[in-house]
Write a protein that binds this ligand. Structure first.
Ligand code: DGL
Length: 277
């Protein structure tokens, strides 16, 4: 039955695990199949055409796992590939941009919203367009923060180095007197404390992971796709490269151990549960 099928979650690498963490919190009975394209990360510095091609290939792998819905737990992919992916499948597809944009509109008092993300996300202008579609009077100020992804992946999330980088990126947004800042990249929640210190307590920080998980709940409820309550489901984590790196680093993003990580090519498994070399 459809209800018993897993939720497919896709990201270019480990960042999407911040969304999985929220899914586990609000939907503990749902089985998740996570796919991280670690062989080709980062997506955020690539062209929209390339990201669309990669995303379509990865989605095929998840469809092969008979998923009941697809979650694009990556802002870059949500920004440039969501529409095309939706056109090619009957499975419901949701991204992280719309939930984040809605949460930002709900959070702002002054209508001055800052958005940070990868170069591809910022260049797509998707947040400004989505926020503008929700409420015309909003002003959106965006900034690409390409160094945040490697900092998060290096585990360099505290101390003077990330703080200086954050100051460099965020100063122009603060000069525009934003009162809300959207973390428009699934890696950025790891840098949340540093970002919060730099922007100060007057700026609300919006993390789309929580809003996305709530959207997933709504979608499953409205289509009667909720898994019947049962025992702790067995999740699967698939990557295109470096399973050990993914398992080690992924714990920080997920907030708990990951277990076996399986390496796949786009299409077929090349390893069993990895011995991780
Ligand atoms: N997870 C991606 C995002 O949310 C960032 C990492 C990448 O550049 O691939 O945009």
């Amino acid at each position: 039955v459809v209800m018993d099928k897993p939720i497919g979650v896709f990201d270019s690498g480990v960042g999407g695990l911040t969304v999985v963490r929220e899914i586990f919190r609000v939907l503990p009975s749902e089985r998740v199949v996570y796919f991280g394209d670690t062989a080709r990360v980062p997506y955020g510095t690539r062209s929209a055409e390339t990201v669309r091609r990669y995303a379509a290939e990865c989605a095929e792998v998840l469809y092969g796992h008979d998923i009941k819905m697809l979650v694009l737990a990556c802002n870059t992919t949500s920004a440039v590939a969501l529409t095309e992916l939706r056109e090619h499948t009957s499975v419901p597809v949701i991204g992280v941009v719309e939930p984040g944009a809605c949460a930002a509109v709900a959070a702002t008092g002054t209508g001055r919203i800052g958005v940070i993300g990868t170069t591809a996300t910022v260049e797509s202008n998707v947040y400004a367009a989505t926020i503008g579609g929700l409420a015309r009077e909003m002003r959106v100020f965006s900034r690409a923060c390409p160094l945040f992804v490697p900092l998060a992946e290096e585990g360099l999330t505290e101390g003077p180095i990330p703080e200086q980088v954050a100051q460099h990126y965020l100063a122009p947004l603060l000069a525009n007197q934003i009162d809300t800042l959207v973390l428009g990249c699934t890696h950025y929640p790891l840098l949340r404390d540093v970002i919060a210190r730099v922007v100060g307590s007057d700026v609300r920080i919006v993390d789309s992971a929580r809003a996305t998980a709530e959207n997933i709940v709504e979608l499953l409820n409205s289509r009667s796709l909720r898994s019947p309550n049962g025992k702790e489901p067995r999740h699967a984590f698939l990557v295109t490269d470096a399973p050990r790196w993914f398992a080690d680093l992924g714990q920080k993003f997920l907030g708990r151990g990951i277990g076996d990580v399986i390496r796949v090519e786009t299409g077929c498994p090349v390893d069993g549960p990895a011995n991780n070399d």
